[in-house]
Design a protein around this ligand. Sequence first.
Ligand code: GCO
Length: 461
Amino acid sequence: MRFPQPCRAAGLAGAAQPVTRSWPADFRWGASTSAYQVEGAAAADGRGASIWDTRSHQPGRIANGDTGDQACDHYHRYAEDIALMREIGLDAYRFSVSWPRVLPLGRGQVNPAGLDFYDRLVDGLLAARIEPWLCLYHWDLPQALQDQGGWTRRDSAGWFADYAVLIARRLGDRVKRFATFNEPSVFTLFGYVLDWQAPGVIDRDAYLAAMHHVNLAHGAAVDVLRDLVPDARIGAIHNRQPCRPAGPADGAAAAMFDACWNRAFPDGQILGAYPAELVDEVAPWVQPGDLARICRPTDWFGLNHYSPIYIQADLDAVLGFAWGAPPAERPQTDVGWVIDADAFRDTLTDVHRTYRLPIYVTENGYGGTDAPDAAGAVHDPERIGYLRAYIRAMGEAMDRGADVRGYFVWSLLDNFEWGSGYSQRFGIVHVDYASQRRTLKSSARWYADQIRASRVPTTSA
Ligand code: GCO
């Protein structure tokens, strides 16, 4: 995500012990990345352009004029990165496929070199006994499809399903964990309402059309994956967090934002209905039978969560809401996100009660500005404090009955943080972008301890 809030120090350093409780034996510990944020190699081996290549090359869009052209060069350095994952002891690695790397124009002509990369990545992970978790879409729509209307076109559901067929046929013999979309509510709201992300088309109708067509695309891809990979475990990844009114007059705006942000996608996909606030809004794009097309059985709920959000009314804005300031007294991360582990615990409980699916926390982490010290070490006690508090809160949610099966930290590597470019670092591994040198931060070592400790049977909670 990108929160346009000022930077404030958190002062969350402290207690470095792992969180001990009786973790389920098959609990999965992982780390997440996404294609545009880490791969780089934007012009290598026949890759096509995505809407993020376009946006990052527009002057003034990204902090410091950064682009994902090089990023972490994961495309070439994936083997080194897998070795780091092994060193940390990860059970699972969540990555996304770059649609334009495998289909440079989004459909039609396949790029064999692009598919070969994902073959190598998956084979490398399996050889290291790390389970590949593949997300089909982490925001990098092929520019060629955007030029034809992108998600505002109903045809986009079919384009996405065809792309899913290609990936399932090529990788489905080895990959069994698939996610359709990452945070559909974020890329639609930020891309069509707030102009913080690609494609930056600010238009109410485009937003509502994209919302519905992304939901249709999800349903179509679930069917394809189920058909072609019968033993696949399929889910979608949703951000969810409390959307709090910034002030006493902001309740209605916060409720509308909550419908768009937290419910427009999982409610359609899992409960088969749009939130009441959106039913009339989206109706012009809904055809008979669509909700049944969208609501296909899935196996798990992917939750991305960092922080509560504060919303204020803005009657001039497309849907009447705008980003508000958090209360000043709340602790915040280095990049200005409110730290509230209780909100994470309550969100997990809420997701469990609402959707009744096994939950995997597919993103959670701390944005900072870490730098190596004179000896080259990277110490990030605030990140350790944050991770510890949130993992502990997750344990509390599990004690209260939430069916949480795994946790993926965001992120394995420092990477291209969308509009903030390389100025914000979320990795547990530091990346020196000039040399591409990787350094495990102290949080990576702490996370390794956490994973190891979770394997030791204990009765204390
Ligand atoms: C998102 C994404 C990630 C971000 C992460 C930190 O939520 O925006 O899934 O790509 O980098 O959340 O902002």
